[in-house]
Design a protein around this ligand. Structure first.
Ligand code: AMP
Length: 193
């Protein structure tokens, strides 16, 4: 399977759709947010650094993040395809990912962008705060994460378009999780045919 980069604002469903795709096609799944939350839970040195950024709604510095990503990628079984969930979030990370994959004889594959309006995102994140109790899902931090997304991450959408691998899926058109999944699965199968 081709690698997949799943892309979208906080609350757009990257984790949910990644898990569904990984299960259906037997692919590896790297969620950088989950990796960092694991480090925080285990109270590692990296976890301490990560917490100070995550609690502020800020991004972890690129160099550190790229290093974590490469280590996680190399720990997965080769040849099945990997879903990158929450990475890259900056142009520097995207360029580093492309280079890292090329060095390993692999390529970016396809990018899936989830488009969801900000009202829906805020509603989902506040609901997730009640269910999962994530420390960064409070209204103030959510607003900061949206601002960081718009300034640092969103420009990447065009970067992927220029690579010729961007595929967009709009919640406003698909309307349900099932509708989104069906459209995403169809595109993945088309790209792997
Ligand atoms: P997520 O679970 O993907 O929403 O990530 C939660 C938080 O982890 C983000 O708000 C960032 O602080 C941090 N984080 C996750 N992935 C990255 C990344 N690729 N680059 C920088 N920071 C990240």
């Amino acid at each position: 399977m081709k690698n997949i980069i799943i892309f979208g604002a906080p609350g757009s469903g990257k984790g949910t759709y990644s898990a569904e795709i990984a299960e259906r096609y037997g692919m590896g799944h790297i969620s950088t947010g989950d990796v960092l939350r694991g480090e925080i839970k285990n109270e590692t040195e990296l976890g301490k650094i990560a917490k100070s950024y995550i609690d502020q709604g800020q991004l972890i510095p690129d160099e550190l993040m790229i290093d974590i990503l490469a280590k996680t990628y190399d720990s997965l079984p080769a040849g099945k395809g990997v879903i990158f969930d929450g990475f890259p979030r900056t142009i520097a990370q995207a360029e580093a990912l492309k280079k890292m994959l090329e060095e390993r004889g692999d390529e970016l594959g396809m990018m899936i962008e989830l488009i969801v309006s900000e009202d829906v995102l805020m509603m989902r994140l506040l609901r997730r705060a009640q269910i999962e109790g994530r420390a960064d899902d409070n209204e103030e931090t959510i607003r900061k994460r949206f601002a960081v997304y718009h300034s640092q991450t969103e420009p990447l959408s065009k970067w992927f378009a220029a690579e010729g691998i961007r595929h967009t899926f709009d919640w406003g058109i698909c309307k349900t999780k099932e509708g989104m999944l069906e459209a995403i699965f169809q595109e993945i199968e088309k790209q792997n045919a």
